[in-house]
Design a protein around this ligand. Structure first.
Ligand SMILES: Cc1cc2nc3c(=O)[nH]c(=O)nc-3n(C[C@H](O)[C@H](O)[C@H](O)COP(=O)(O)OP(=O)(O)OC[C@H]3O[C@@H](n4cnc5c(N)ncnc54)[C@H](O)[C@@H]3O)c2cc1C
Length: 242
């Protein structure tokens, strides 16, 4: 790309992105880290709980970065800040490295909040997923009225590694087994004492686990596919899903 074209591309990208900096870091569990990104540009963002942002990571200038997607855990326009929570899956890929190495004052840009994985009107709500999904679930649960009926199961690698959520969900642990195609989560959902009529289910996290939980709801409980909202967040061997 010529210098002039690069300048135009940078300006265009700059208009699409929101620029902020890391303002706070908190270790939430052994493998989950909350990072607050703040700055004037973050005032008045439009966000529905469950929606995500795409971070532009490792950008040399505004070009050359990679995008990684993270649910917003909390946002309050009056703070001029968003809270994201990254799960450390142990690799050294861009997303996990950014969360591991972020320092206060570090600049970071992101695309505006986006996504349709948000709560729907329903007689009751079922949440199922692992660590990565629990971030979106926290925001979605906080958005539900106190009287809304909520069920669900959240998986983490070890007991005590679950993110504290605003409503009680069943907590299960893989105990070192892979999070991909996790039978532990399917079994936990199978054990939920749900009403006879379908509600709405929100399934997120690893792609094949989501498929297995949906197969259980549709095949064993007789739910319609439209009652099951799915959002694959990652899959083994795939990079930067979404
Ligand atoms: C809508 C949406 C919302 C998301 N929200 C969150 C969130 O709130 N918090 C969060 O931590 N992540 C979230 N993710 C996942 C996130 O975008 C990245 O996929 C994740 O952080 C890994 O990025 P990476 O660059 O480290 O790895 P990538 O370069 O994307 O992947 C490299 C390899 O690492 C492995 N891998 C990736 N993730 C995991 C994992 N969780 N466990 C085991 N192995 C893994 C896979 O084999 C993959 O091929 C979300 C994804 C989507 C699409």
């Amino acid at each position: 790309m010529t210098g002039a074209r690069q300048t135009v591309a940078r300006r265009l990208l700059g208009r699409m992105l929101v620029a902020g900096e890391v303002v706070e870091i908190e270790q939430m569990t052994a493998r989950m880290r909350r990072i607050r990104i703040g700055g004037e540009a973050l005032a008045g963002l439009k966000w529905t709980p469950g929606q995500h942002v795409r971070l532009l990571i490792d950008a040399g200038g505004l070009l050359g970065g990679v995008l990684r997607t993270y649910s917003i855990w909390r946002y309050d326009p009056t703070w001029e800040a968003i809270d994201l929570i990254g799960h450390d899956h142990g690799g050294d890929s861009p997303g996990v490295s950014w969360f591991r190495n972020a320092k206060p004052g570090q600049e970071i840009s992101f695309a505006r909040p986006d996504g349709s994985f948000v709560v729907r009107e329903a007689p009751y709500h079922v949440f199922a997923g692992e660590e990565t999904a629990s971030v979106a679930f926290g925001a979605m649960l906080r958005a539900l009225p106190a009287e809304a009926a909520v069920y669900g199961a959240v998986e983490a690698d070890r007991p005590g590694e679950h993110l504290a959520l605003p409503r009680k969900l069943v907590e299960v642990a893989r105990d070192g087994a892979p999070a991909a195609a996790s039978q532990v989560l399917v079994d936990a959902v199978r054990k939920l004492d749900l009403p006879a009529e379908p509600g709405v289910a929100y399934l997120a996290g690893e792609a094949r686990t989501i498929q297995a939980v949906r197969a259980h709801l549709v095949g064993e409980r007789g739910w319609q596919r439209r009652d099951v909202r799915t959002k694959p967040f990652w899959a083994p061997g795939r990079r930067g899903l979404d």
